[in-house]
Design a protein around this ligand. Sequence first.
Ligand code: 5GP
Length: 136
Amino acid sequence: MKEKTIFEKIIDREIPADILYEDQKHIVILDINPFEKGHILVIPKKNYETILDMSEEDFLDLQKIVLKFAKKVHSVFGGGLNVNQNNYKEANQEVPHVHFHIFPRTENKKLYHSENHTGKYTSEEEKKEIIENLKI
Ligand code: 5GP
């Protein structure tokens, strides 16, 4: 059997967490290593590894909870707000179980450094090809 993710263990109460909200399909917890105070994780209980594995219905249900908590975090902390979600190792996903990060931005700390934005297109042709490939 596949080993449980850390979030499944939290959902099953095998390890502790600070739980803010729970319903049949979701759990919302404090991140153990917050970027800022108030950093929370919105997690579907079903163990989808990435959002690409999710059904549209489950994704939309999850977004409703994300929006509610985004508004709540902003109402408590003010300032800026990030909603982030990582898929696969290349995108820094550490826990292979879908989760949305929500955290306030009240300090002048950079999350994305402009020097890391190195994905420049080498030509107009290359850019046009990528645009064509990305159309749905
Ligand atoms: P990722 O890089 O996968 O998008 O983020 C995983 C997040 O889960 C990290 O921000 C990390 O601090 C958090 N995390 C990892 N293990 C635990 C845990 O045992 N409990 C809680 N509450 N958060 C965790």
